[in-house]
Design a protein around this ligand. Sequence first.
Ligand code: NAP
Ligand code: ZN
Length: 349
Amino acid sequence: MTNTKAYAAFSHQSPLAPYAIDRRAPGAHDVQIEILYCGVCHSDIHQVLNEWGNSHFPMVPGHEIVGRVTGIGSSVESFKLGELVGVGCMVNSCHHCPDCEDHQEQFCNQTVFTYNSIDVDGSPTYGGYSTQIVVNQDFVLHVSEKLDPASVAPLLCAGITTYSPLRHWRVGKGQKVGIVGLGGLGHMGVKFARAFGAEVVLFTTSPSKVADAKQLGANSAVISTDPEQMNQHLASFDFILDTVSAPHNLDAYTSLLKRDGTLCLVGVPDHPHPSPQVGNLIFKRRQIAGSLIGGIQETQEMLDFCAEHNITSDIELIPIQKINDAYERVLKSDVKYRFVIDIASLKSS
Ligand code: NAP
Ligand code: ZN
């Protein structure tokens, strides 16, 4: 066991504060990682506030982890001491169900999530707002030294959660694609959809983000609260990826889809969206779908694609002591476009 500095929420009503946890010594198949950076996902906030009703406390959030290997078990062959690595939303799964065999571990019934989950040994999992972590080798990713490691951290969740549905629905050249919400996920969605060759339209409730959207790669930006702007795009989209973290009217987006178009939801609001109108779907055979992060193999593919195409997240680097202020700003849709914690600030505290 290694005593490890961390930050935890002790209840859904208390701010995050210092906490000491124990990490297991690396087993034969484990990689021990000194954490350098950890991104701040809106899912961290939903869970700290117990908005999904499944929170366990104390909770050490964080599932966008980049660090260096400091120890390896005797059966680990593909990682070396000192290597730059990443860990995302999962740290284990059953390894042999149809979903695991298809490299879709996120859909396994026994997925162990990086925090707020129960590990294979029955202990609670604690995430990346901490100085080190020990993870089964099959859930550790190789990270290129070519990219800034702090800006890579958000790829481990925001990156794969947008890359995976855009790939699954084969978004590319000749298609018109919408991204809804310019936050952590949304800004990565814009970058990937553009990199895949699509025409990209960003939908935002924040007029102040229009210029940024274009700089990030959107061909145009629409203020979603302006019906006139929305009506200009009726029945014109092949695919829309909705990253909004709060309940909202989905009809506003299904009506923008072409025949057979898909609205894919990745945001997980605390309350359900108002029920969509059936007529809006059946008259053009439109679909509403959902997507959950992405498998480990696809996460590695996404990281390699980012290294090749020089894609990273746009971040605001913060010390851990600013985490509660950062949560407040995310809740106000005021983040450009992902907070990342510099874990050096936790080590020296
Ligand atoms: P974020 O950085 O807070 O971005 C969400 C964006 O949604 C905001 O910046 C804002 O964009 C828009 N928004 C917020 N409240 C809104 C409202 N009431 N009405 C309309 N738009 C609103 O959050 P994130 O980290 O990207 O996460 C987004 C959601 O995805 C969260 O629910 C998170 O839990 C979920 N998530 C899902 C997965 C998955 O696997 N499916 C993985 C990670 C995260 P504008 O200012 O541009 O309008
Ligand atoms: Zn996340």
